[in-house]
Design a protein around this ligand. Structure first.
Ligand SMILES: Nc1ncnc2c1ncn2[C@@H]1O[C@H](COP(=O)(O)OP(=O)(O)O)[C@@H](O)[C@H]1O
Ligand SMILES: [Mg+2]
Length: 266
């Protein structure tokens, strides 16, 4: 189905573009992108996931076969391939994706010599954002040019923070990067919300980390906390969001609660 067909019959809305960002790897960015998108889609929101990490975890998380792709986000950014042609439907209702593959890894270097190197993704996202309620960009684990492109393209950031020692390590640097992007390219960029991931209710450490992050971010912290849940880590190997793989798991319930909170924040 063409991605534009799904919009018919749905009321007109204004779009929001989120960058899901944290330069630490393994904190739950891609897991949050896939499962938040799927839950928003189930709630009748039309969602575009832009995979902007060369690892392509959001792409494979939706069961998109990377080997079979003729083009990906790399070609959109660097070779002027129209983004519209790459948007494909995922297994999840109302969720579409622009996939990424390892090709994107070379973009970090190729971008350096280009004019407008920081706003190439924004130019592409602008063309399609109004066809969706939410555009969710999955960032790589760095603060390099790919991530800067995501911050320039986004209205706001969703920051996943893992419940572990040194949870806030690196956050100051992340906020510094945000301020730099605000000053130079995207004055309205803000934090949409902070989501705690891999919470383990059996440990006092998890509780301490939540308190620490709460003290730092205050109201920006989402009330929904994502537990450590094995279904969340199994679902990607089946190419499914957790809501389709294990609907009544704690992980699935937590992400649908998060999605409702995201919608309620407006
Ligand atoms: N809440 C969770 N419970 C259990 N495993 C999780 C959870 N969130 C993420 N994972 C697993 O942890 C690993 C890193 O998560 P991922 O979302 O890929 O992080 P990032 O995108 O920040 O690198 C993956 O193997 C993922 O399946
Ligand atoms: Mg990732």
């Amino acid at each position: 189905m063409d991605y534009k067909d799904v919009k018919r019959g749905l009321p007109q809305r204004s779009s929001k573009v989120f960058a899901v960002i944290n330069q630490k790897g393994g904190v739950g960015k891609s897991t949050t992108v896939v499962n938040l998108a799927a839950c928003l889609g189930e709630g009748k929101k039309k969602v575009l996931v832009v995979d902007f990490d060369p690892q392509g975890n959001a792409t494979s998380g939706f069961g998109v076969e990377k080997d079979e792709l003729e083009a990906d986000i790399y070609d959109v950014i660097l070779h002027d391939v129209p983004i519209e042609g790459l948007i494909q439907q995922t297994c999840a209702k109302n969720v579409f994706i622009v996939p990424a593959t390892i090709q994107l890894a070379t973009a970090e270097i190729e971008l350096v010599s280009l004019e407008h190197r920081e706003s190439l993704l924004k130019a592409c996202v602008e063309r399609v954002r109004d066809d969706f309620d939410y555009v969710i960009i999955d960032c790589p684990p760095s603060l390099g040019l790919l991530t800067i492109n995501a911050l320039v393209a986004a209205d706001s950031m969703i920051i996943p923070i893992q419940c572990e020692y040194y949870a806030l390590e690196g956050v100051a640097k992340l906020l510094e990067t945000m301020q730099m992007v605000k000053r130079r390219m995207n004055p309205d960029l803000e934090i949409f919300g902070v989501v705690m991931t891999m919470y383990d209710s059996r440990t006092t450490l998890s509780k301490q980390v939540v308190d620490e992050v709460q003290a730092y971010f205050g109201k920006k912290m989402f009330k929904s906390i994502i537990p450590r849940n094995v279904k969340l880590s199994e679902a990607p190997s089946h190419g499914l969001p957790v809501s389709m793989y294990a609907r009544v798991s704690k992980g699935s319930l937590a992400y649908s609660k998060l999605a409702r909170e995201v919608v309620a924040r407006g």
